[in-house]
Every structure is written in structure tokens, then in C-alpha cells.
Design a protein. Structure first.
Length: 309
């Protein structure tokens, strides 16, 4: 609850929690002195009026003392727990405990214990690490645990998540570029151009498709070229080959992050795109990032691909 963006919600949760506990205690102690009215023969003179099977009556006897004090102690325990640990809205608690802090501490301990295992690879270059069979196995495990959820177990990517096995890189495929991406993350933004109107968007869509040799209408392509020149060259360049400094993709190849169909490009131009690669510097140690960098670099620099190139 410590991540409330509005202080009002934190106050609301705190009040509801404390009032709930107070009401439980009030109900518990307000009912402990109810006297049981008995007849002269010792039978109960008054019940709730609920009778089953002819003679089974529901009474309103006070709770047993042991049960009542156990209930009261549980409420006191709850208040003490909420004082020590976070639970009252955004209050961090007297102990300062948090699951994020616990996770961070466990990562620090794990990284320190495994540091000797990775140390021998730190002194090696990324290219040397990528060629080491044992390092490749370790890098693959790191990849599967931290990267496969988005880029796939085969690193082939998906819609909105780049393929890591080819030579098409938004921010550069050199080892230092890959390490920078893994360490600090990336934030890609394609703004919406809905303000241009549908006709201009459709025309520039045809022009963009023509850049990579896809089918397009020649008249709309000619009109779209002017729209592209006025609105898109700042990021993608006059020739449409992109800019790795900005993470702007090359539009002249047939590699599409969100799809190269007319409908997909139209959606991109109308609504824009938000791409996010999360930073791993607070999750993985520098030694693990070095090993992971080597593995990812090796995916697109394997011997068969090098020979083919």
C-alpha cells in the first residue's frame, strides 16, 4: 500500500482499518455483561425466539471468558503488527520493512555469493565470453530468467518486442550498445500524428510501405513523400534509414516491430507507440550483465551468420 499516488486513499484505508478493529473490541466488551435470565427451576427464561426441532432454542449467552480474551488479544496483536509493519495506508511501519527491501537484500546476498563464479569472465571481452561454452550456458539461463518473457525463449521477439537474433538493432548491435540497453534500459516513443488527418496519414502509409518494397498506391505514395519529408525525417532521416542515436527504426528494410501491414502502420501513425525496455542495473549485478550482454551479442553474431554475411 506504500505506492498510493493520492494521500486521500492512504488516509481512507487507515481510518477504515482502525475503525474496524475498534468496532470489534466495542462489540466484544459491550456484550460481555448480558445477564442470562433463569426460571426458578434453573432453565433459561429468555431466548432469541429461534426454535428448531421443537425444543432446540437459540440463546444469547455471553462468550466464554477465555474466548473473549483470545479475541481481544488478537485485536491487540493486529494493532501491534500494523504499528511495526506497513499496513496502515502508506505508513512504512516502525521497522521500515518492505518486500522491495527484502528482495533487494536477497539479490545483494545472491550476487555476493555468486560473484566468484562470474569473476573470471569480467576480465574477458564480450566477444571472448560469447565464445566460451560454459559462459554461453550461464548466459542462456540469465536470458531465460530475465528476458524470455518479452523476447521469447528463442529470442525471436514478438509484436512490440525486437528480435535479438538478426542484425536489425534500434540502438545499435555493438557490445557496448547492448550492455547500455540492458543496464539502463530504453524508452522509445513514436508520437501520434492524428493531427495530420486521415488523408495525409493514408498517403504517408503508402510511402513508408514503398520504402521497403511493399505494395503501395503510386499516387498516394507520391503525395505521402511530401508528408514524410515534413514530419518524419527528423527521426527517421531523409532516406528513411532511421537513427540509432534516437532508437528510430530503419523503414527501408522489411523488419517491423509492430507489423508492416497497412493497418498496422496506420495504427502507429494515428495512435503512436510507447516502447519500454526496463533497466536491469537494480536487478542484475555488473558481472551478470556482462555475461548476459555476451549471450545476447552472440545470438546475432554466431558463426553461421558471420559466414553467410
Amino acid at each position: 500500500m506504500s505506492d498510493f499516488v493520492n494521500a486521500g486513499w492512504s488516509f481512507y484505508i487507515t481510518i477504515v482499518t482502525l475503525v474496524g478493529i475498534a468496532c470489534c473490541l466495542w462489540l466484544l466488551f459491550s456484550q460481555r455483561k448480558i445477564a442470562v435470565v433463569l426460571n426458578q427451576d434453573g432453565s433459561v427464561a429468555k431466548d432469541t425466539g429461534h426454535v428448531w426441532d421443537g425444543d432446540l432454542r437459540e440463546l444469547n449467552n455471553p462468550l466464554p471468558r477465555w474466548w473473549m480474551w483470545m479475541f481481544a488479544l488478537s485485536c491487540i496483536f493486529g494493532l501491534a503488527y500494523l504499528y511495526i509493519f506497513p499496513g496502515l495506508g502508506s505508513n512504512p511501519g516502525a521497522s521500515g520493512y518492505s518486500t522491495q527491501g527484502e528482495l533487494k537484500q536477497s539479490l545483494i546476498m545472491a550476487n555476493s555469493e555468486l560473484k566468484p563464479v562470474y569473476d573470471k569472465y569480467v576480465a574477458m571481452s564480450v566477444e571472448q565470453v560469447a565464445a566460451d561454452p560454459q559462459a554461453k550456458i550461464m548466459g542462456q539461463r540469465l536470458y531465460l530468467n530475465n528476458c524470455s518473457q518479452c523476447h521469447g525463449s528463442d529470442a525471436g521477439g514478438a509484436k512490440g518486442f525486437p528480435n535479438l537474433t538478426d542484425h536489425d538493432w534500434l540502438y545499435g548491435g555493438a557490445s557496448e550498445n547492448i550492455k547500455e540497453t540492458i543496464t539502463h534500459g530504453r524508452g522509445g516513443v513514436m508520437p501520434s500524428f492524428s493531427h495530420l488527418g486521415d488523408e495525409a496519414i493514408i498517403n504517408v502509409t503508402h510511402y513508408v510501405r514503398s520504402l521497403s518494397g511493399l505494395s503501395s498506391d503510386s499516387i498516394k505514395t507520391a503525395r505521402g513523400k511530401a508528408v514524410f519529408s515534413d514530419n518524419c525525417t527528423a527521426c527517421h532521416g531523409a532516406d528513411g534509414k532511421g537513427n540509432q542515436m534516437l532508437g528510430a527504426p530503419n523503414l527501408t528494410d522489411k523488419v517491423w516491430l509492430y507489423g508492416g501491414t497497412q493497418s498496422a502502420i496506420l495504427e502507429t501513425l494515428r495512435n503512436g507507440r510507447q516502447g519500454m525496455m526496463p533497466a536491469q542495473e537494480n536487478v542484475l549485478s555488473p558481472e551478470k550483465i556482462h555475461l548476459l550482454t555476451a549471450y545476447v551479442w552472440g545470438l546475432s553474431n554466431s558463426e553461421p551468420q558471420a559466414a553467410k554475411k
